[in-house]
Design a protein around this ligand. Structure first.
Ligand code: GTP
Length: 267
């Protein structure tokens, strides 16, 4: 087996199994109130389990001003590490994180982008095909919250059709007091609701809310992609609400080299 095919054949870590629908952060900051998978998705997944299991993948892009903590967020979730030294992202990077959701193997391709203005010229490359946009700002630097609307506008310019969810994330929660956090959150939740985004606060340093957040992202992206597949395939490939199964295509990552991580540098 060549190295490029190894990453998806590895078993899913026990810590990445999602069987119950992950909860939102705060109800007033939530766009989708649900405590279980959609009944059609559940049925499709149950039937799929007994057959050849396909591999699903969704592309998630993390954007936001430079220094807000995008790389740290991804590294905390994917590698459980935190680096206090700042190394600016050059171009884009991505990680592939394997999950098992409702019994189905599922991958998130998480793209880490550079916040620096000079890299905006490659934006169309990383927004292309994205199903989820995560817009991050620094809870300790309020100006970065003001810029989040521009980040969303840029994302929508490049890819409006394909998006299934948008998240607004306040990072570095450990740097602000509880009272300060609540004050900023109330402004951020207003902005999030205008964006039709779900809001979360978190800290990559302490790890607070990071895992819960990415589980929520994975579950919502998974459900949206299965529903899209059901709609696309239609009968006879998928009988929504009927007894037949859906076809789940094997989606391969646009990746190169040694497995779960790749870097594209530009400009
Ligand atoms: N205290 C604290 N510091 C953090 C946290 N997250 C990130 N940092 C620090 O903030 C700085 C910037 O973090 P990065 O993750 O590199 O920021 P980025 O958004 O990826 O930056 P660009 O690649 O330039 O766009 C680093 O020095 C991190 O150590 C956090 O949750 N708490």
């Amino acid at each position: 087996m060549d190295s490029s095919s190894t990453w998806y054949s590895l078993p899913v870590h026990r810590d990445r199994v999602i069987s119950r629908f992950p909860k939102w952060y705060r109800p007033e900051a939530c766009q989708q109130f649900k405590d279980d998978f959609h009944s059609q998705v559940k049925r499709a997944c149950q039937e799929q389990q007994t057959r050849a299991v396909g591999l699903k993948m969704s592309k998630v892009v993390v954007v936001g001003d430079l220094y807000v903590g995008k790389t740290c967020l991804i590294n905390r979730f994917c590698k459980d590490v935190f680096d206090r030294d700042y190394k600016a992202t050059i171009g884009v990077d991505f990680e592939i994180e394997k999950f098992e959701i409702a019994g189905i193997p599922y991958n998130l391709q998480i793209w880490d982008t550079a916040g620096q203005e000079k890299f905006k010229c490659i934006a169309s490359a990383y927004y292309r095909g994205a199903e989820v946009i995560i817009i991050a700002f620094d809870l300790a630097d309020i100006q970065t919250l003001e810029h989040t609307k521009q980040w969303l506008e840029d994302a929508l310019k490049e890819n409006e059709q394909g998006l299934s969810s948008i998240f607004l994330v306040g990072s570095k929660k450990d740097l602000v007091s509880q009272a300060e956090c609540e004050r900023i959150e109330s402004d951020a939740i207003k902005i999030a609701s205008e964006m039709q985004a779900e809001y979360w606060s978190m800290s990559s340093k302490t790890g607070e809310n990071v895992r819960e957040f990415f589980f929520r992202v994975a579950a919502l992206a998974f459900e949206a992609s299965i529903l899209k597949e059901l709609e696309k395939n239609d009968v006879p490939t998928a009988k929504i609400g009927g007894g037949d199964t859906i076809r789940m295509d094997r989606t391969t990552a646009e990746h190169s080299g040694n497995g779960t991580n790749s870097t594209i540098n530009c400009c």
